[in-house]
Design a protein around this ligand. Structure first.
Ligand SMILES: O=C1C[C@@](O)(C(=O)O)C[C@@H](O)[C@@H]1O
Length: 228
């Protein structure tokens, strides 16, 4: 039984693109991450009805990756929370909330704290205060805490592996940590060692540097996590 869940981001920019997704391509995924930030805002709620219907056999993570954290959308706190609150009617399994960029959002979504993946993304570096950030996020007692950072050197990757293991031993399996780019690829398949409980893999296109294609990811996790 695989330990690490595989999340696959989808980034449709039109209704037709949603209708054309081939579900067979996603069979090995556990979670579908809808990257809402790619969808034209006037189509978000029409798209939601289609996505929750089409991917009803998967767990669904809602993510608005804002421009503040490497995403495609400039958005106010009020609008960020409004969209996420409106989409609650589809009963998503998980909701990504950018903790440091939208500090008011968590309190405004507190009724669904058990669905929240509290997140932090840094596409420039692995910040020296990452452990402090993770500890601060952990205190909010959300379902998961997720960071995706950009390593500049090998020791950044090794440090992230160690930080993840240490926090998991101390606070339990609730951390999702990723070092992006090719340099960081090891962190995407090391959950069996570090305790990082999800990984993100790609179908058709990657939503971040270093993502491994879903079929390869599935084979790698089977190799690392399933008893011979
Ligand atoms: O936070 C993450 C992780 C990610 O950035 C990655 O590196 O695979 C991909 C994003 O879509 C997702 O929201």
């Amino acid at each position: 039984m695989r330990k690490t869940k595989i999340a696959v981001p989808i980034m449709p920019i039109s209704i037709a693109e949603i209708e054309n997704f081939d579900l067979k391509s996603f069979q090995k995924a556990d979670i579908i991450e809808w990257r809402i930030d790619f969808m034209p805002q006037n189509l978000i709620f029409e798209a939601a009805a289609l996505i929750f219907k089409k991917f009803d056999m998967f767990q669904i993570l809602l993510t608005i990756r804002t421009a503040k954290e490497g995403g495609a959308l400039e958005i106010s706190n009020q609008h960020y929370v409004h969209i996420l609150k409106e989409l609650l009617k589809y009963n998503p399994d998980f909701i990504d909330v950018e903790y440091f960029s939208y500090p008011k959002a968590l309190a405004e979504l507190s009724e669904v704290k058990d669905k929240i993946v509290l997140s932090y993304h840094n596409f420039s570096e692995m910040p020296t205060d990452l452990t402090q950030r993770l500890l601060r996020m952990n205190k909010e007692k959300t379902a998961f805490v997720k960071v995706a950072v950009m390593p500049q050197r090998e020791c950044d990757v090794i440090d992230l592996l160690q930080i993840t293991r240490d926090l998991t031993l101390e606070y339990g399996r609730k951390f999702i940590t990723i070092a992006m780019s090719d340099l960081g690829k090891l962190t995407r398949v090391s959950g069996y060692i570090t305790g990082s409980c999800w990984t993100f893999a790609s179908v058709l296109e990657a939503s971040a540097p270093g993502q491994i294609e879903l079929d390869d990811m599935s084979r790698l996790l089977d190799l690392f996590e399933n008893e011979a």
